[in-house]
Design a protein around this ligand. Structure first.
Ligand code: CDP
Length: 226
């Protein structure tokens, strides 16, 4: 069967990466977490005290950044210049700052090029905000996840607490809402549903229910193409 590109976009904390990993594992595809790439760039910028407004420093920074992934047994790890930063990039500080770096055109152009390279041979699941609109406008399968904001915040709150980090529900709700607001309103590649993307309200559905639904649609699409 021909390999395809599966693009999953949507609001913050709607379970895009959970589903993307399950699909990639099931189809034996690559998984690319594009949000992790924006988070890794943000980590590098913060460590080196580079403001999102300083374009000459941003340009120099990008020439020094290499991001790789290791996806195995359904688990994904993000590497920034060879360092495993998977945990660091999920911190509160990065979550608060990432959207202001994700607005910068130069950063987006740099990461979109890398994302397209990852998808050259298809057989890939990528999740993010602009995958179906900008990165792979011709992706064979496009999904757009939305959810009640309180359910998303609660989901992310549980994830953070389970990973051993202290936080409050109110703090997480504030972060998720602010990021959605900023991601939807930015000038370059704002978060929006591609015309040919299938919108799924994930609010009151279980992980398995959503997964079975996505796989059914993906399999229909793959059969059509063969
Ligand atoms: O996991 P969550 O949905 O909370 O966010 P993420 O996928 O890790 O993305 C973190 C941030 O990166 C988003 O809030 C966006 O500001 C940015 N992002 C983006 O602009 N474009 C993408 N394709 C992916 C992420």
């Amino acid at each position: 069967m021909k390999d395809i590109i599966v693009a999953i976009d949507g609001n913050a904390a709607t379970g895009k990466s959970t589903q993307s990993k399950k699909i990639a594992l099931f189809l034996n595809y690559k998984y690319i977490d594009s949000g992790a790439m924006y988070r890794a760039v943000t980590l590098y910028a913060i460590r080196n005290k580079i403001s999102p407004k300083n374009l000459s420093q941003i340009n120099l920074m990008l020439s020094n950044i290499k991001i790789n992934f290791n996806f195995s047994n359904g688990e994904n790890k993000t590497f920034l210049n060879g360092e495993d930063v998977e945990e660091l990039i999920r911190s509160k500080v990065i979550s608060k700052k990432v959207s202001s770096y994700a607005k910068v055109k130069k950063i987006r152009e740099f990461l979109v090029l890398k994302q397209r390279e990852f998808g050259l041979n298809k057989g890939i699941v990528m999740d993010g905000r602009d995958i179906g609109t900008v990165v792979f406008p011709k992706a064979e399968c496009k999904f757009f996840f939305k959810s009640d904001i309180n359910i998303s915040a609660n989901r992310r709150y549980k994830e953070i607490v389970e990973s051993g980090i202290k936080t409050s529900y109110e703090d997480v709700l504030r972060d998720v809402s602010k990021r959605d607001f900023s991601d939807m309103r930015r000038v370059h590649s704002p978060l929006k549903k591609a015309k040919d993307s299938l919108e799924i309200d994930v609010s009151n559905k279980s992980v398995d229910e959503i997964f079975q639904y996505l796989i059914r649609i993906i399999e229909i699409k793959r059969k059509e193409l063969n």
